[in-house]
Design a protein around this ligand. Structure first.
Ligand SMILES: *[C@@H]1O[C@H](CO)[C@@H](O)[C@H](O)[C@H]1NC(C)=O
Ligand SMILES: *[C@@H]1O[C@H](CO)[C@@H](O)[C@H](O)[C@H]1NC(C)=O
Ligand SMILES: *[C@@H]1O[C@H](CO)[C@@H](O)[C@H](O)[C@H]1NC(C)=O
Ligand SMILES: *[C@@H]1O[C@H](CO)[C@@H](O)[C@H](O)[C@H]1NC(C)=O
Length: 442
């Protein structure tokens, strides 16, 4: 029955597509935005999107990185008659902000290999590797949405991206990153380019799915409404807002010579467990002269990571709060520091009935709380064992005291409004009996 319904919907929207085709091919109708799907890889715990690029309509599979400044993909087999490289010293090269230089190539000319070309830095977070690669432009195809359905495809011409060769692509074993979409506060980000191409509001929203088995999540560019079926609510009405703050110095891994960071930092005031404040040195919540400290949001970190001293205190307090709920602690399973016997945990609408963690943030004159509960906090590591899905900092994320990672961001809507510099977040969608995994859109 369900599949019959989706077939009907598909047929209906194919008809709509035909009847609109005669209109201006590139003008989005009023009250529509752009939509891209999100898939989660359950092994790498990373989030991917797909889009079509170039005259050949090549399908690109790209890692979603909130902190990355631009879009790049593997150009080694990319063929497109509409591709244009951007030459070194041109206005567009200079506008590409950030770091650039003139690059050349000794091989047969092709997209990604030419002389006297504008080279911009592209970053592969899985390898912590930067390299200058050819800046080019071509047509991106993007789907419109009314917030409920994906409607039809539009062209975003002259979309700028980094046409990458093997240097950046071939990662460690298991890294299958062949492309990346950056969503940072830059003009070359996916969201900025799509917003300006279609004259949309400079905002985007993410709905990160906890698994792709039950459907795909969403990137919306240009604003709401945001419907998450089967819930009839427009989630844009449930957004709680907090300012996005700018870290005046880029922390690692993205050093940019003392320039402000283009990542999304928020101003955490406190962390509470079951309503009780976790006590730690609050100077860790502000930035030092190297850009260390503070709190940011990352789609690359699979779990929230904390500065060691915050982590220790949080785990200690969490175990205590769990004990008060008669939850039995069991031997920890690395990399997690607090694991529990799931048979001693009740079940709630948001998952396991464990103590909540609230991230306290400035709102509009009052403090607001980003509430983490149930499945946003726990991960099942083996039969009957669930662990607090928060880890100690290290590696790529060292330096920033709190990195809110994927597991804690899933199944709620996050809206990044670049004109007002505000992050909006909804309560867990599980409370509205829905999630960020939908099949209906495709
Ligand atoms: C770039 O210039 C070098 C030296 O002139 C030449 O050997 C090479 O083939 C050129 N590369 C391309 C892609 O045209
Ligand atoms: C998921 O990630 C793993 C590990 O990085 C990789 O081996 C696998 O190919 C990925 N799966 C898909 C469908 O991309
Ligand atoms: C808090 O941390 C700062 C910076 O690391 C340090 O200078 C200060 O002494 C610490 N305060 C306390 C009470 O530990
Ligand atoms: C979600 O579903 C439960 C059980 O089916 C129901 O009791 C509850 O009212 C629903 N909540 C919402 C917000 O629809």
């Amino acid at each position: 029955m369900a599949s019959f319904q989706s077939l009907t919907i598909l047929l209906f929207f194919s008809l709509v597509t035909f009847s609109f085709a005669a209109l201006d091919p590139n003008k989005l109708p009023k009250n529509t935005a752009i939509h891209f799907p999100i898939r989660k890889n359950d092994t790498s715990l990373q989030y991917y999107t797909t889009f079509e690029f170039g005259e050949s309509r090549t399908i690109i599979d790209a890692l979603i990185d909130l902190g990355a400044e631009s879009v790049w993909f593997d150009c080694r087999s990319y063929v497109s008659s509409t591709y244009k490289r951007i030459s070194c010293g041109s206005n567009r090269c200079q506008k590409a902000k950030g770091w650039y230089e003139c690059i050349g190539c000794n091989s047969t000319p092709r997209p990604g290999c030419s002389n006297n070309t504008c080279g911009v830095l592209a970053f592969n977070p899985n390898r912590l590797y930067f390299t200058a690669q050819e800046l080019g432009e071509d047509t991106m195809r993007a789907s419109s949405t009314d917030g409920r359905f994906v409607l039809r495809d539009y062209d975003a011409p002259k979309f700028q991206f980094t046409c990458a060769d093997s240097d950046i692509i071939d990662g460690k074993p298991g890294d299958h990153t062949k492309g990346l979409v950056g969503l940072a506060r830059t003009q070359l980000s996916l969201a900025s380019q799509i917003s300006s191409s279609f004259n949309l509001a400079p905002k985007f929203a993410l709905c990160l799915p906890s698994s792709s088995e039950n459907g795909l999540g969403d990137i919306y560019v240009g604003g709401g409404p945001y419907y998450m079926p089967p819930s009839p609510q427009d989630q844009s009405l449930s957004l709680i807002r907090t300012p996005i703050v700018v870290n005046p110095v880029s922390p690692p891994p993205i050093y940019s010579e003392g320039a402000p960071s283009n990542e999304y930092f928020i101003s955490v005031q406190d962390i509470e467990i079951s309503g009780k404040r976790v006590s730690f040195n609050s100077s860790l919540l502000s930035f030092d002269k190297n850009g260390f400290g503070g709190a940011k949001i990352s789609t690359i970190a699979p779990y929230t990571t904390l500065h060691a001293s915050i982590y220790k205190r949080l785990v200690k307090d969490y175990v205590k709060a769990a004990a008060l709920k008669k939850i039995k602690r069991v031997t920890s399973v690395a990399p997690f520091g607090a694991c529990f016997d799931s048979r001693t945990v009740t079940t709630t609408a948001t998952g396991p009935g464990v103590p909540d963690i609230d991230i306290v943030l400035p709102g509009n004159a009052v403090l607001v709380k980003l509430k983490l509960s149930g499945s946003n906090l726990m991960v099942e590591v083996k039969k009957n064992v669930i662990c607090l899905a928060i880890t100690i900092d290290g590696g790529a994320f060292q330096g920033t005291s709190i990195v809110l990672g994927g597991h804690q961001l899933e199944n709620r809507l996050l809206e990044f409004d670049l004109s007002t510099s505000r992050l909006g977040f909804t309560p867990s969608l599980l409370l509205s009996n829905t999630s960020c995994s939908h099949f209906r859109l495709y």
